[in-house]
Design a protein around this ligand. Structure first.
Ligand SMILES: [Zn+2]
Length: 227
């Protein structure tokens, strides 16, 4: 065994390698999960009306929910690449279905994350996999982080749909639009709100509303795992 091989074997002993989607040992992302993640996107019907079509790569179960959790809670930053590749595939499919404008002119807008949560996770995971998707899709696709949360948004866990919506009201604000989005031809660009999980739809609905108030018409919401 050479030095690199020995180091990798030692690292495996310390940090056992397992698939971020299904937990199978010996690989960080197995072929089965890769293939499941390239299934056609599913349309969601959230309890809170989001106002635009809402899609998920899959329902809230493995490998969709598990890979999101692994990235968020177990710092599996390496999953940004496979999740980004899967997201890119879903965006291509949605464009082919005419659910999105030209996939060469997309702005991926990450849903807002609380700064504290992001720091605890070692960075904003949604922006990380959106960036990987943009790289996969090519030069015309940009990640445009415009949204952030203000004030004290309570953790929405345990709140019902109505309370989640009121918890969100006024909690999300949009940064001033970059010059590129104020060009006259920005009107032909596509804007997609990206998030990891969609449960009630309250965060997505408020994000779409806030962007709309700035004159940005969001075409669709696309998430990894939908409840
Ligand atoms: Zn797997």
């Amino acid at each position: 065994m050479d030095k690199a091989g020995m180091f990798s074997a030692l690292a495996d002993l310390i940090l056992p390698v397992e698939c971020g989607g299904c937990g199978v040992a010996g690989t960080r992302w197995c072929r089965r999960c890769r293939s499941r993640m390239s299934d056609a996107p599913v349309e969601l019907s959230p309890r809170v009306d989001v106002g635009v079509a809402t899609w998920a790569l899959g329902r809230y179960r493995a490998p969709y929910a598990t890979s999101v959790l692994a990235m968020k809670e177990h710092r599996r930053r390496d999953l940004a690449e496979p999740l980004g590749a899967a997201l890119a595939g879903a965006l291509r499919t949605l464009a082919a279905w005419s659910e999105l404008p030209d996939v060469d002119r997309l702005h991926l807008i990450p849903a807002p994350t609380r700064a504290l949560s992001a720091r605890r996770r070692g960075g904003d995971t949604v922006t990380a996999f959106a960036a990987a998707a943009a790289t996969e899709l090519g030069a015309g696709v940009r990640v445009t982080p415009l949204l952030h949360t203000v004030g004290s948004v309570r953790d929405s866990m345990g709140l019902d749909a109505r309370h989640r919506a009121s918890n969100m009201s006024g909690a999300i604000v949009c940064r001033s639009l970059p010059a590129g989005l104020r060009r006259p031809d920005a009107g032909t660009d596509g804007f997609v709100l990206i998030d990891d999980v969609l449960t009630t739809g309250a965060t997505a609905a408020e994000s779409v509303r806030v962007l709309g108030a700035q004159g940005l018409r969001v075409h669709s919401v696309v998430v990894i795992a939908g409840a």
